[in-house]
Design a binder for this molecule. Sequence first.
Ligand SMILES: NC(=O)c1ccc[n+]([C@@H]2O[C@H](COP(=O)([O-])OP(=O)(O)OC[C@H]3O[C@@H](n4cnc5c(N)ncnc54)[C@H](O)[C@@H]3O)[C@@H](O)[C@H]2O)c1
Length: 344
Amino acid sequence: MLRYGVIGCGPVFEVFQVKALLKARGLKLSAVCDLDVERVKKTAENYGIEKAYADYNNLLRDKSIDAVVVNLPQHLHVRVCVDSAQAGKHVYVEKPIATTLKDARRIIDVCEAERVKLCVGHQRRFINIEMKARNLIRRGYLGKVFKIRVIACWYEPIENLLQKEWWYRKECGGGPLMRWGVHKTDTLRFLLGQEAVRVFAEMDTFVHHNRKVTVEDNLVALYRFNKGAIAELEVSNSQHEGVTSRGETIEIWGDKGTLWYRPSMGEMSLLSLKKTNPVNRNSFVTMKLEPDGQEMVKIHEKFAESIKKNKKPPVTGEDGYKALEMVLASYKSAIEHKPITLPL
Ligand SMILES: NC(=O)c1ccc[n+]([C@@H]2O[C@H](COP(=O)([O-])OP(=O)(O)OC[C@H]3O[C@@H](n4cnc5c(N)ncnc54)[C@H](O)[C@@H]3O)[C@@H](O)[C@H]2O)c1
C-alpha cells in the first residue's frame, strides 16, 4: 500500500481530493500539510489522517511517505514539485502543471532525473461521458473528425473572483483559460489524439473591471491540429448562463456523424451514418453520470498502479506541458494579435 501526503488543504482538497484519496484502492492518505495550522489540524481530525504538517519540508523528510499530491495555486507548483521529487517522492500535481513552460519542463526533468513518477491532475479525462465520447470517435462513429467546439463559459461574480490573488492576477496563473481552459486544451488533445500546430485567439476583460484584475474574462481561440482538424475553444467567467449556453458544451463533427454532449448535465447526442449506430439516428440520449468524484478516484488509482507496476502514469508530465503550451500560445496570440505556431 502506497502512503500519500497532500500539500495544500484548500477547497480543491476539501471538495474533490480528500474523498477520492480515501476511497482509491492501492493507496493510503497518511499525511496532510498546510501553512494554515488550524486548517491542517482540523483536516487531519475530520478525516482521521495520521499526520499533520505546517511545513512541507517536514512532510518530505517523512520516510514513510511514498507520494505527494501538490494542491497549491499553480505559481507555487514548481518549487514544491521539484523539492518533492528530490526527496524521492512520486508527484501528483494539480492542473495546470505550472504557469510557464520553463517551470513545467523543470518539473518533468527533475522527476525523470530522480526516477519518480509524475502525474498531472487532468482528471476530467476519466469522466464517463468524456471516455464514451473518445470511444465513439476511436470506433469510427463520426468517421474522420474535422471540427470540435468546446464551450466552458459561466458567470463568476467579481466578489468571488477577488477572493484569491491567484484567480485575478495573470502572473499567478489566473484567468479562465489558465484556470479551467487548460482542462479543455487537454480534452481537445485527448479526443482528437492530435497536437495543436497553430492558434489564433482574441481576449478581453469586458465585465470584471477592477484595478486588481489583470486577467481576461473572455477568450475565444481557434486551433489547427497536426492531422488537419480545427477546434474552437470559448472560455468565460462573465457570461450569464442562458438556455443555449449552460456551462460546458462539446460538439464534434466528422464526415460520418456529429456528437454533442454536456459533461456536467450527463447529456449526449449522437448522429452517425455508421450502420451499427448504437443510438438511433437523430435520437437524443441522456446518459446517467457517475456519482461525483469518480473521475478523481480513477486517476488516483491509475497513478498508484503506475507507481507500483512502473508503468506510464494516466496523465503524464508531457500531457500537462502540452495542455499548458496551448494555453500560453493562445495568450501570446491574443496579446500580439497574430496567429502563433506551436510548439512554442
Ligand atoms: N482538477 C481540478 O478540477 C481543479 C479544480 C479547481 C482547482 N484546481 C487546482 O488545484 C490547485 C489548488 O486550488 P485551491 O483552490 O485549493 O487553492 P487555494 O489557494 O484555495 O488553497 C491552497 C492551500 O494551500 C495552502 N498553501 C499555500 N502555500 C503553501 C505551502 N507552501 N505549504 C503548504 N500549504 C500551502 C494554503 O494555505 C491553502 O490552504 C490549483 O492549482 C488549482 O488550479 C484543480
